[in-house]
Write a protein that binds this ligand. Structure first.
Ligand code: ADP
Length: 485
C-alpha cells in the first residue's frame, strides 16, 4: 500500500506543551505513523517553549493574512527525533507564557477564536493545491476543537480529505457569528448543517459536520458520545454521522512510560522484579512527608482537579482513609475549591495524606511507581492515559466503567482471575459510597499478597503500544480519502 502524506494539526504536544492526553497522543501517534513509513508532519503553534526547544527551526513559508481577522504568519520547520514539525509562528497570538488556552487568571484567552482559527486555516491550506510548501497533505488530521475548523475550510474551499479526532467532547470552541467573516468562511456556511450551532460558530461541531471521517479515543466513548448524557449537545449530529465515526483506543508511549527504564524513578522494576516497586513506595512516602510504612496501601491520584475526574467523590470520603488504614498522595491542579479541599485534608493528616498542587511530570512518574493503587473515578473519560500508565507500573487502578476506562480495566473477580484479565477495580455507581466500598475492597485484596501480585502482573503484561492504534488510524485515513473522493 502506498505511503500517505498526513498533516497532524494539534494545539499541544508533549513534552513541550501539554495540558492533558492530547499532548501525549500528539507526541506518540505521529512518531508511530512515521515509523510505519508515512510522510507525516505535525503542525502546532510556535509557543515560547517550542521556540526555545528548536532555536535552529528554519523558515519555510511566509503567509499573508489569509482572512480579514487573521494576521500574517510564518511556518518554521524543525525535527523532533526525526519527526518533522511545522511551527506556526505568529508572536502576537502565541508568544504567551503558561497555559496554551487560559490566561493567568484561568480565563480563556479572549482571542482564542483567532488563535485557533489561524491554526485551523493554515492546517487546511497545507492540504490545498496552493499549499505554501512544496508538499501538500492527502489527509488533514484535526485534533480537538482547536484544529476542527480545518475541515470546514477544506469543505468550502476544496482540498484534502479530513479527519477530526475528539479527545474530549466537553470542549467545543464556540464563538460569535462575527467570527464567520473574520476567519474567512463564506456566508452560506451559516447553516445548521454547516458551521452554525445554536447561533454560534462552533469549531468542533463544524469539524464533525464537515470532515470525511471522525474518530474518538476509545470504542466505548465512541458509543457514549452518541448518547445525550455524554454528547454535550452533539449526540444527534454524531448519531447522524455514526457510519463515519470510529473509536480507536490510544496507546501508551512505552519508551517514556516503562518502569524498567524510567529515569524519574529511584528504583527500576518490571513484572518479574516487583520487589523494587516497594522501594519506590518508600521513596515516595519519604519525598511526600508521609509515614514510611509498609503496613497499608498507598492510593495515588494524578489529575486535573475537575468535575469530570470525579475527585469530589474522593474528597468526600478521604478523611476516612487514615483509619481504613490507607495513605493517599494527590498531584493535581484545577478547580480552586477542590484544590483547597485537598490542601486542607493534607494539613489535617500530614502523615497519611500528601497533596501537591501543580503540574509535575517527574513526580507523576514517581507516583505511578510508588503507589499501590491509582484512583480515577471519572464521570466520563474519553480514553484516559493514567489508568494505562498505572497498569504498566503495576499499580492497579480503581475506575468507573466509562469510556476508555471501561475498555482497559477489568474488575477483579473469579472469571477475570481465571482468564488472567483481572487488572483493577471497577466502581459500582458514581457515589462517594461506591468509591469507599471499592477502596475497602482494594485494601482487602492488597492484604493477599499473592493475589495482588497476579492482578499487578496481568496489567503489566497487557500490550498498550501504539503500533496497533497507528494501523487503525492509517485505515481511517484511507477511508477518509475514499469518502472524500
Ligand atoms: P486528561 O487528558 O483528561 O487530562 P488523561 O489521563 O488522558 O487525562 O491524561 C492526563 C495526562 O496528564 C497524563 O499524562 C497525566 O500524567 C498528566 N497529568 C495530569 N495532571 C498532572 C499533573 N498535575 N502533573 C503531572 N502530570 C499530570
Amino acid at each position: 500500500m502506498s505511503a500517505l502524506s498526513i498533516l497532524f494539526a494539534t494545539s499541544e504536544m508533549a513534552p513541550w506543551v501539554k495540558t492533558g492526553g492530547l499532548g501525549d497522543v500528539a507526541a506518540a501517534l505521529p512518531a508511530s505513523l512515521r515509523k510505519a513509513g508515512h510522510d507525516i508532519r505535525v503542525l502546532l503553534p510556535a509557543y515560547p517553549a517550542l521556540k526555545t526547544a528548536f532555536p535552529e527551526a528554519e523558515l519555510v513559508a511566509s503567509l499573508p493574512a489569509l482572512a480579514p481577522g487573521l494576521p500574517a504568519c510564518r511556518l518554521l520547520s524543525a525535527k523532533a527525533s526525526g519527526l518533522p514539525l511545522l511551527l506556526l509562528e505568529c508572536p502576537e497570538l502565541f508568544d504567551r507564557p503558561g497555559n496554551p488556552y487560559l490566561d493567568a487568571s484561568g480565563q480563556d484567552w479572549p482571542d482564542n477564536a483567532i488563535r485557533f482559527g489561524l491554526l485551523s486555516r493554515v492546517a487546511a491550506r497545507l492540504g490545498q493545491p496552493d499549499s505554501p510548501l512544496d508538499w501538500a497533505a492527502d489527509v488533514v488530521h484535526a485534533n480537538d476543537w482547536q484544529a476542527a475548523l480545518a475541515p470546514a475550510f477544506l469543505h468550502y474551499q476544496g482540498g484534502a480529505a479530513s479527519v477530526v479526532t475528539v479527545h474530549n467532547i466537553a470542549f467545543q470552541g464556540c464563538f460569535g457569528r462575527e467570527m464567520l467573516a473574520a476567519l474567512g468562511l463564506p456566508e452560506h456556511a451559516w447553516r445548521f448543517d454547516g458551521v452554525e450551532y445554536h447561533d454560534q460558530l462552533s469549531f468542533l461541531k463544524s469539524g464533525l459536520q464537515l470532515c470525511s471521517q471522525i474518530s474518538t479515543v476509545s470504542p466505548t466513548y465512541a458509543r457514549e458520545i452518541q448518547d445525550e448524557h455524554f454528547g454535550y449537545g452533539l449526540a444527534p449530529l454524531l448519531r447522524h454521522r455514526s457510519d463515519a465515526l470510529r473509536g480507536i483506543l490510544n496507546g501508551v508511549d512505552t519508551g517514556i512510560w516503562n518502569p524498567a527504564t524510567d529515569p524519574a524513578l529511584p528504583f527500576a522494576y518490571a513484572a518479574n522484579r516487583l520487589a523494587a516497586k516497594r522501594a519506590n513506595k518508600t521513596a515516595l512516602q519519604t519525598e511526600m512527608g508521609l509515614d514510611v510504612t509498609a503496613d497499608r496501601p498507598l492510593f495515588g491520584v494524578i489529575s486535573r482537579l475537575t468535575h469530570q475526574k470525579g475527585l469530589d467523590l474522593l474528597l468526600t470520603i478521604a478523611d476516612g482513609l487514615p483509619d481504613l488504614p490507607a495513605q493517599l498522595v494527590v498531584l493535581g491542579s484545577g478547580d480552586k475549591a477542590m484544590e483547597a479541599g485537598f490542601a486542607e485534608l493534607a494539613a489535617r493528616f500530614p502523615k497519611q495524606i500528601a497533596v501537591k498542587l501543580g503540574f509535575d511530570e517527574a513526580l507523576a512518574h514517581r507516583i505511578e511507581a510508588g503507589s499501590d493503587c491509582f484512583v480515577m473515578p471519572s464521570r466520563f473519560e474519553p480514553c484516559g492515559l493514567n489508568q494505562m500508565y498505572s497498569l504498566r507500573y503495576g499499580t492497579p487502578p480503581i475506575v468507573r466503567a466509562t469510556g476508555g476506562l471501561a475498555d482497559t480495566v477489568v474488575d477483579v473477580c473469579e472469571d477475570s482471575l481465571a482468564d488472567k484479565s483481572a487488572n483493577g477495580f471497577v466502581l459500582d455507581g458514581d457515589t462517594p459510597h461506591a468509591l469507599w466500598v471499592a477502596m475497602e475492597r482494594v485494601c482487602r485484596t492488597w492484604q493477599d499478597k499473592k493475589l495482588w501480585q497476579r492482578v499487578q502482573q496481568n496489567g503489566m503484561r497487557r500490550d498498550f503500544s501504539w503500533t496497533h492504534a497507528a494501523n487503525e488510524y492509517v485505515a481511517l485515513y484511507r477511508d477518509a480519502i475514499a469518502r472524500k473522493a
